[in-house]
Design a protein around this ligand. Structure first.
Ligand code: GLN
Length: 454
């Protein structure tokens, strides 16, 4: 009954692409049986979660919200989802997203946009973007349909949607969560992470998701800490850095006020506030929008009409024609734009000017952070430069859309753990998020600072 009510509530949001009630119910039954038998419950026993449809789930269609994967049903389970089932969780369904996780509003999905459950309180009743790319995840958790959902974050796709709908989400250090079985966008940046109502739930869920996996060459061979057990909102002795370069031109006064409020809360929790400089910040967004499309163009070469999903092969067509027709039909406009940019910046004549240069910038950005860690333990910034925008507001202007990632992209390029936590609301009552960025492997420091804000 509860499931059917949740499904009914979810329909207008378009958050789910596939519903899997039996999976969630089986986990709930297993939890009931374990409880009845007096067994120790697994950390996520019976918890019904939503699964971003970028994770391959055995026997359950997986699309990356793209036409090109329509009809694809994986014969294997992603490591992250398997880890969650091993922890006792069950799956409510597969969640909508920006196509191949490319976007900041969930509007690039082949299956239609997701609608945020929020509305402005100042009369404007236009449906709002739930953020992206994990827009089904943010929307389902914010609407209280699922207590938690998986996200993936390449340049902000967990943090920005979490901020837009007033929930929490953490991207761990690159390598904490296995990428095996997660459909690749930009492999050197992609990281899975949890999105949930509060910091504690994120800690529990991340513990379940993370861990070494020999099937992912970039997986970190380190034990998973007991993050939840060590949550502590006292920041005595901790130094919080405020990077001056994040005070960007045209930042709304409300975002600046939110940031000041966050600083005050962290001070109250015992932290010392220090000003820091990350001088290459302004080059992060252009570097990201070269590196991510470059990797995407390579990763997406596998969708050729032979191995997965869609195939457009009319009678008499040859192999080349099949490739071209399948890809022309199967990929959405934003995906095509990324493939074009990616193949261009990787082409022989332009490789050094764009791709090599962007990689050098990436190193400089990582060094900026390393220098900051000499004087602080975590960094505090806003998550996004605006509250949720109306659906359609930015969809005609890719650059305006890309600019929304300005605060989330630098820490992605540096592979650092970063979290968005609700910080307040703007004048129209819409949620605003604060971002905590941590040292490599210091998810604990990030979670603790976020807890002090929450
Ligand atoms: N909005 C960014 C992009 O479109 C980030 C997406 C993501 O993190 N998956 O590339």
């Amino acid at each position: 009954e509860a499931f059917n009510a949740a499904v009914a509530a979810a329909k207008p949001l378009n958050a789910f692409l596939v519903e899997t009630p039996d999976h969630a119910l089986a986990a709930a039954d297993a939890a009931d049986q374990a409880r009845a038998a007096g067994e120790t419950l697994r950390p996520m026993a019976g918890v019904p979660i939503g699964m971003k449809d970028l994770f391959c789930t055995k026997g359950v269609p997986t699309t990356a919200a793209s036409h090109i994967l329509e009809g694809f049903t994986p014969e294997y389970e992603s490591t992250v989802s398997q880890n969650l089932w091993n922890a006792g969780a069950g799956m409510l369904g597969k969640l909508n997203l920006d196509q191949f996780a490319m976007g900041s509003s969930n509007e690039t999905s082949y299956f239609g946009n997701v609608i945020s459950p929020w509305r402005r309180n100042d009369g404007g009743n236009a449906p709002l973007a739930p953020g992206g790319s994990s827009g089904g995840s943010s929307s389902a958790v914010a609407a209280r349909i699922a207590p938690g959902a998986t996200g993936t974050d390449t340049g902000g796709s967990i943090r920005q949607p979490a901020a837009f709908v007033g929930i929490s989400g953490i991207k761990p250090t690159y390598g904490r969560c296995s990428r095996w079985g997660t459909i690749a966008f930009a492999s050197s940046l992609d990281q899975a992470g949890p999105m949930a109502r509060d910091v504690r739930d994120c800690a529990i869920m991340l513990e379940a998701m993370a861990g070494f996996d020999a099937k992912d060459a970039t997986s970190l061979d380190l034990p998973v800490p007991n993050w939840e057990g060590q949550l502590n909102a006292s920041l005595a002795g901790k130094r919080v850095g405020i990077p001056k370069e994040y005070r960007v031109d045209g930042m709304p006064a409300e975002i600046e006020a939110l940031w000041q409020q966050g600083i005050a809360w962290l001070k109250d929790a015992g932290a010392e506030i220090v000003d820091v400089s990350l001088p290459h910040t302004r080059y992060a967004l252009p570097a990201y929008y070269i590196i991510a499309p470059a990797e995407a163009s390579s990763n997406l070469a596998r969708y050729d009409g032979v191995r997965y999903g869609l195939r457009d092969l009319p009678d008499g067509a040859n192999l080349q024609e099949m490739y071209a027709r399948t890809r022309a039909k199967g990929f959405g406009d934003e995906v095509k734009r990324r493939i074009l940019i990616g193949t261009y910046v990787l082409s022989a004549g332009f490789y050094d000017a764009y791709y090599t240069q962007a990689q050098k910038v990436r190193t400089l950005i990582a060094r900026d952070f390393e220098r900051a860690w000499e004087v602080c333990d975590v960094l505090l910034t806003p998550t996004a430069p605006s509250a949720a925008f109306a659906l359609g507001e930015k969809s005609a202007d890719p650059l305006a859309m890309y600019l929304n990632d300005v605060f989330t992209v630098p820490s992605s390029l540096a592979g650092l753990p970063a979290m968005s936590v609700p910080g307040g609301v703007d004048a129209s009552g819409l949620p605003l998020g604060l971002q905590v960025i941590g040292k490599p492997l210091d998810e604990q420091g990030v979670l603790n600072a976020a807890l002090a804000i929450e």
